[in-house]
Ligand binder design. Sequence first.
Ligand code: PMP
Length: 364
Amino acid sequence: ALLRLQSSARDCLGRRLASTAAAPPGVWTDSWRDGIVGTVGKTPLIRLQKASEVTGCNILAKAEYANCGGSVKDRAALFLIKDAEKKGLLKPGGTVVEGTAGNTGIGLAHICNAKGYKCVIYMPNTQSKEKIDMLRLLGAEVRPVPAVPFDNPENYNHQARRFAEATPNSVWTNQFDNTANRLAHYHTTGPEIWMQTNGKVDAFTCGTGTGGTLSGTGLFLKEKNPKIKVVLADPPGSVLFSWFKKDKLERTGDSSITEGIGQGRVTENLKGSKLDDAVHVPDSASVEWTYRLLHEEGIFVGASTGLNVAAAVEVAKSLPKGSTVVTILCDSGLRYQARLFNKEWLESKALYNAIPMAYRGSAL
Ligand code: PMP
């Protein structure tokens, strides 16, 4: 039988779906996506059952590992490339250059392949082998460099900028200070959360690398309802907890095993963000929640997600029962298998005992 086209059907960003056939309520009605770039965003929002149970609140988490490149950074990567195209900085056959802890690079490399660009990635040599392997698999040129602070001219970002300046028809997408990054979250992550919760959100929390996710999502949600609490979650070694609490850029703690988050300065993407509070999350809590997500929810993610959920639980404790706290599931645990899910590596960081006793046997 022919199905009647339902012209009012819309996707979660409110865009009309041209070719969606009429479907009973509750049935999946998304139409085809336009290439891999069309699959970025529109991720599921998952109610974490056990975390919600223990807090008496709804802990909801955006499954960003479901993006094409497997992380929250695919949204930023797409917006950064579109921004460079719009500004005329990236022409057919051009090269995208970026400094990244890995995930932005993986997102960029996917989109570069789909759009016919070359991709050159500068990366601190402290990041996981899985991320480097993935970049190489995608055909990106990976240049691991010593992990030195931003004020050192050899920092990975400065090296990326210099390389792009010296290379014809190339662009440094500059994820830290190009606010096209946070616009990705302002225009997609924030609206998706708003629509998926029917506007019933009391708080949003996540960690910060560039600040794009926290700032862009937070700004959108605040515009919709200024009462929504936006909370920065910060790992050891980062200065942002003290930036919020004391207006000083002091590191809290030493260093962290959480890749991709923690920051030593206030990036352009973070400037002007509207924050209500900050929580400091020790690595032991990030590891605990990463393993709890795996065993209690069946969700396999990296340590920045463990940190986000630990923060969401902390925020929920400060809110009335029944409140809704939203956070981000940043990327998959597959990216950290040799570290976070390896007994010896965790022991070397004195974090093996942070895994709840019942789940310790699962570290390989
Ligand atoms: N988690 C992971 C694993 C990441 O790679 C990143 C980005 N570096 C983030 C969280 C933080 O995202 P943002 O850059 O938007 O602050």
